[in-house]
Design a protein around this ligand. Structure first.
Ligand code: AMP
Length: 549
């Protein structure tokens, strides 16, 4: 028997309509460095989004499924692109501006992007790539920047504001199939070619509802979220879409991502929430410790993208900022788990233990663990295996390219369609995930596994350690052993023996690293995570000054 319910497709245009009417006065504030920030209400964003869609269709000839790429920082115009492209039936493709030029060229050509919306400030990055981009017909430049490099190039060049000026402020958005492509994002591709994940209207819609739930970020129109996580990093973790559902204000840092400007944004614009990877928060912590500010409005901080060191969480607790840890991937849209403790643990000694897990699975994300021998493992908080997930906002395949079949590599998707995350960990009986490593980062020493993340977390809780990354290096006797790469805090006097003794207080003796090296900074990936591949290569090339103790 069929239901008697209406079958209204879950479309991004509906989220846009809701946000720009019901939450008309909510705002997107864009930081511009010197001077008053650019402020725009959701109603104004809605009108400009319609204007952009008219311009894309009427002036640039954009049609269904055309890919509209963005090479942009976080700001109001990028939000407009977020809604215009999918709502009109095209596909938004956010480009990671920190990728090496060669990878960017590969990605744009693979996605066959027809239009690139670019910040004027990022033209020095785009212009040298243009001769290699085979599908780009139009470049739309937003904001100030030297445009001289665009003279005489292949694609037609437009100015964003001139293009949308005078266009109608309403658009008759098409009634699309909710399963159609809305947006795409390539994974950072630490191994092999980058892989394109294509989000649907339905997946974005459902994911946004989850972001807003009380057990997730629980933001309302009383909140302002400082969205530091880039809009090119899995749709800024879904926050701009979620904002148009629940009306929270967005504070966008544009390119001002250094600790000083971020602290200034917080003191002057008074956000209540912020989201970023741990490295951003490490930097902010050092800044506000050196130069204390009033950050009192910022009570909720979502950290994800890599493991949040417990020491960082405690440090933020003392500043009155409550960190909420979350786990996800590009392939999971990204919200996979979020670490809100269960009610019975709040206010007890158990609470912190829950907060430092990667978090609990929401209702729509099913999870299972697969052990090294291929068997499924119990949710008992001890058995460790590779995490597999499925759900309505989890990828079922990667984009294969125009006219090509989607890609379902065996190491990424199980025969019955679950996503193999490549993350290794345990799940407690009440559904909290604790990750011990990436499958490829775990240290396999003499048949036992050593968690690089655990060693890093303990090292980073030492007051004289600013950052620490631990990687597996080949060892004749044990197969692999840990190498500790350490960045000391200013004025630190501790030596490797001291750090090893400190580790020995909490870590089993056979797990203690015997190889140590001091570095100025831990190499980072394009989205700010520790780049362990680079450290392993530096070790293999002999470019690190390693001490054995
Ligand atoms: P990306 O698709 O670039 O966002 O990378 C996803 C990967 O980041 C995951 O598979 C994890 O290995 C890692 N990751 C994300 N969030 C966390 C977290 N809270 N703790 C540990 N690792 C994380």
């Amino acid at each position: 028997m069929l239901s008697t319910m209406q079958d209204v497709p879950l479309l991004i245009s509906r989220m846009l309509h809701h946000g720009s009417t019901v939450h008309a006065s909510s705002r997107v504030t864009t930081w511009i460095g010197e001077g008053a920030p650019r402020r725009r209400t959701f109603a104004e964003i809605g009108a400009r989004t319609a204007q952009l869609a008219h311009a894309l269709r009427d002036d640039l000839g954009v049609r269904d499924d055309d890919r509209i790429a963005t090479l942009m920082w976080n700001h109001a115009e990028h939000v407009e692109a977020y809604f215009a492209a999918p709502s009109m039936g095209a596909v938004l493709h956010t480009l990671n501006l920190r990728l090496p030029p060669k990878q960017l060229v590969w990605i744009v050509n693979h996605a066959a992007d027809r239009v690139v919306l670019v910040d004027g400030s990022l033209l020095p990055l785009l212009v040298p790539l243009l001769p290699h981009l085979t599908s780009v017909e139009h470049v739309v430049v937003s904001g100030p920047g030297d445009r001289s490099g665009l003279a005489g190039i292949g694609p037609r060049v437009h100015d964003y504001e001139e293009l949308i000026a005078e266009k109608p402020t309403a658009y008759d958005w098409p009634e699309l199939d909710e399963r159609r492509a809305a947006a795409m994002c390539y994974t950072s591709g630490t191994t092999g070619d980058p892989k394109g994940v294509v989000f649907s209207h339905r997946s974005v819609y459902l994911h946004s509802m989850q972001v807003n739930m009380a057990h997730s970020m629980a933001l309302t129109d009383a909140d302002t979220s400082l969205i530091v996580v880039p809009q090119f990093h899995v749709n800024a973790w879904g926050l701009p879409h979620a904002a148009f559902m629940s009306g929270f204000n967005m504070l966008m840092p544009d390119r001002f991502l250094q600790p000083g400007p971020l602290a200034e944004m917080i003191t002057t614009e008074r956000p209540t929430h912020a989201a970023a990877v741990p490295t951003i928060w490490q930097g902010l912590l050092a800044e506000v410790t050196a130069r204390p500010r009033d950050l009192s409005t910022l009570t909720q901080v979502t950290i994800g993208g890599s493991a949040c060191p417990p020491s960082l969480m405690r440090a933020f607790d003392t500043l009155g900022m409550r960190v909420c840890h979350a786990w996800g991937m590009t392939e999971t849209s990204p919200l996979g788990t979020i670490a809100r403790p269960p009610a019975h643990a709040i206010g007890t000694d158990e609470e912190f233990g829950y907060r430092i897990t990667q978090g609990r699975f929401p209702a729509s994300v099913e999870a299972r663990l697969r052990g090294p021998d291929g068997d499924l493992l119990p949710w008992d908080g001890t058995a460790a295996g590779e995490l597999e997930v499925r759900g309505p906002w989890i990828a079922a395949a990667y984009y294969g390219g125009a006219d090509a079949e989607p890609l379902r590599p065996d190491d990424k998707f199980s025969a019955d369609g679950w996503l193999k995350t490549g993350d290794v960990g345990t799940i407690s009986p009440d559904g909290y995930l604790t990750l011990t490593d990436r499958a490829k980062d775990v240290i396999k020493s003499g048949g036992e596994w050593i968690s690089s993340v655990e060693l890093e977390n303990v090292l980073m809780s030492h007051p004289e350690v600013a950052e620490a990354a631990v990687v597996a290096v080949p060892d004749e006797k044990w197969g692999e052993r840990p190498l500790a790469t350490v960045v000391l805090a200013e004025g630190a006097t501790v030596g490797f023996e001291g750090l090893r003794a400190f580790l020995a207080e909490t870590v089993a003796p056979w797990q203690l690293p015997e190889r140590w090296t001091l570095v100025q900074a831990v190499p980072k990936t394009s989205v700010g995570k520790f780049d362990k591949k680079v450290i392993r290569k530096q070790y293999a090339d002999g470019t690190l000054d390693v001490t054995r103790i």
